[in-house]
Ligand binder design. Structure first.
Ligand SMILES: [Zn+2]
Length: 498
């Protein structure tokens, strides 16, 4: 297999033969029993990441990076369809820039890493390694935007950022991570809010329909919003341990940054006005979210839409397989790839088919195609789903359409399964005791009336560890705050967050 796109290195065999097959999955802790250990075990065995020499950083290996590339490809086309363009801004930001917007600097300074020496010389001004790029981008926008004719500015950047985190976990929270950050400038509030909402809806659509993860979408409380924003919208997903994962955010920045960076334009009425801005992003954290949501005790399950390989072909290596089965397997692989399916054929001779089944299950390939001597006679192949091992026998002449159909079914099945879990673990209560019981047992999203006061929000956090994930719907008259008993303003979604 000289032309293998994954390279020759899979797993280091510990023991050989049949014992090896057991070993691969045997060492994973059960997901139900210890999701945290299960997570680390699976992402390492499935070869998505490795730890880096600097604590809190990760190496994203080819199998992990391929998922990110698919995420990028899909989102990038959605951004471009809605009029955005990509650009690139520098990694280093002068300290004075970061200091211009007061809330922003306060929010980010605890986790900024600084460059203080260049070569052998101490720098006159410290340079921040970007934790996010509002400040450097706004500094540029103040040069670029002069007139109403220059608006709107709709720019996205694919980049890495650095936030010095104390507690880290690959993909879910790392000091350096990859993301995209959109930064737009508009003539007024109305247009900027429209943009903010447009993007959060793109995120919701992407996460639900491509990553097969159901989300709730809504506004953040003032306490939880982005440092420097007027309004933050977010999409939040419920993970199997009942904790919420913030999967994407879109911020309306108002004119906070344009005032700090003096981004003004001459409007049609010849008056100078400050632009209204937005910023928004999703990151490699999404990969952590899909691993947690879909994986099981046999390893990863990658939704077909973002899987590196959607089908793995495993020829049954028996007898004269090289003359009989292999040519058919190669032919089928070619047919699938020609029809736009990301397919791969595992031709390795040194591993048994049983080992390969376990390995590709571990790697989460959604559909396995087995080809044995009987299948050649019958001119058929056997498709096996990664989700529940459902088998479908498919005649070769219907291969492409049946494979596509099966992949679609798997995509849908994954979403429905996750949706069912989220629905079953979303509760409503007006009683603090019940709230605490939910938090002690399966956790989940807890909807409870809230007056809007930050003190009550803080009290819930102190007593239950749950925070407001989104403020939810407006309360109805008669709803009383679960903490203070005053008239409620919202029915937020509370949860313990990742
Ligand atoms: Zn209250």
């Amino acid at each position: 297999m000289g032309s293998s796109p994954v390279g020759g290195v899979f797993f280091t065999p510990i023991v050989s033969g049949a014992k090896m097959e057991k070993k691969l999955v045997k060492d994973i802790p059960k997901k139900r029993e210890n999701i945290s250990k299960w997570y680390i075990s699976v992402i390492r065995k499935a070869d998505l990441v490795d730890y880096a020499p600097v604590k809190g950083m990760m190496v994203i290996k080819p199998s992990g990076y391929a998922i990110w590339e698919n995420i990028q490809k899909i989102l990038d086309s959605k951004f471009k369809e809605t009029g955005h363009q990509n650009a690139y801004f520098p990694l280093l930001i002068p300290e004075s820039f970061l200091n211009k917007e007061a809330e922003h600097v306060e929010g980010f300074s605890p986790e900024v890493a600084w460059v203080t020496i260049g070569g052998s010389e101490e720098l006159e001004e410290r340079l921040a390694i970007r934790p996010t790029s509002e400040s450097i981008i706004c500094a540029m926008y103040s040069k670029w935007i002069m007139s109403w004719r220059d608006l709107p500015v709709l720019i996205n950047q694919w980049a890495n950022v650095l936030r010095w985190e104390k507690v880290t976990k690959p993909f879910l929270r790392t000091s350096e991570f990859l993301w995209q950050e959109g930064h737009t400038a508009h003539k007024d509030k109305k247009e900027a809010i429209e943009e903010t909402l447009k993007i959060i809806n793109i995120y919701k659509d992407f996460i639900e329909n491509y990553l097969a993860i159901p989300v709730i979408m809504g506004q953040k409380s003032d306490k939880e919003k982005f440092a420097g924003a007027d309004i933050t919208y977010s999409v939040e997903a419920l993970m199997p341990d009942g904790k919420a994962l913030q999967a994407g955010t879109s911020h309306y920045l108002g004119d906070n940054f344009s005032k700090a960076f003096n981004i003004r334009f001459e409007d049609k009425d010849n008056k100078l006005k400050f632009v209204h801005q937005t910023s928004w992003g999703v990151s490699t954290r999404l990969i952590g979210g899909l691993v947690l949501t879909h994986g099981d005790d046999s390893g990863l399950i990658i939704p077909p839409e973002v899987a590196q390989f959607q089908t793995i072909i495993i020829p049954i290596t028996r007898g004269d397989w090289k003359e009989t089965i292999l040519p058919m397997a190669r032919d089928i692989n070619k047919k699938l790839m020609n029809s736009g399916i990301r397919s791969y054929i595992d031709e390795r001779e040194e591993y048994t088919p049983g080992w390969k089944f376990s390995e590709w299950e571990m790697r989460g390939v959604p559909l396995r195609i087995e080809i044995g001597p009987k299948d050649i006679e019958k001119k058929q192949v056997v498709l096996v789903s990664r989700v529940d091992r459902e088998k479908r026998f498919v005649p070769v002449e219907k291969l492409e359409e049946e494979t596509k159909k099966f992949l679609k079914d798997i995509q849908n099945q994954l979403f429905q399964k996750a949706k069912k879990f989220a629905d079953e673990n979303t509760h409503y209560t007006e009683d603090m005791k019940t709230f605490k019981e939910y938090m002690k047992e399966g956790r989940g999203f807890i909807k409870a009336p809230w007056c809007g006061d930050e003190k009550c929000e803080m009290k819930i956090k102190e007593e239950t560890t749950a925070t407001i994930r989104t403020v939810g719907d407006k309360a109805e008259s008669g709803n009383k705050c679960i903490v203070c008993g005053k008239e409620a303003e919202y029915i937020p979604y509370f949860a313990k967050s990742y």
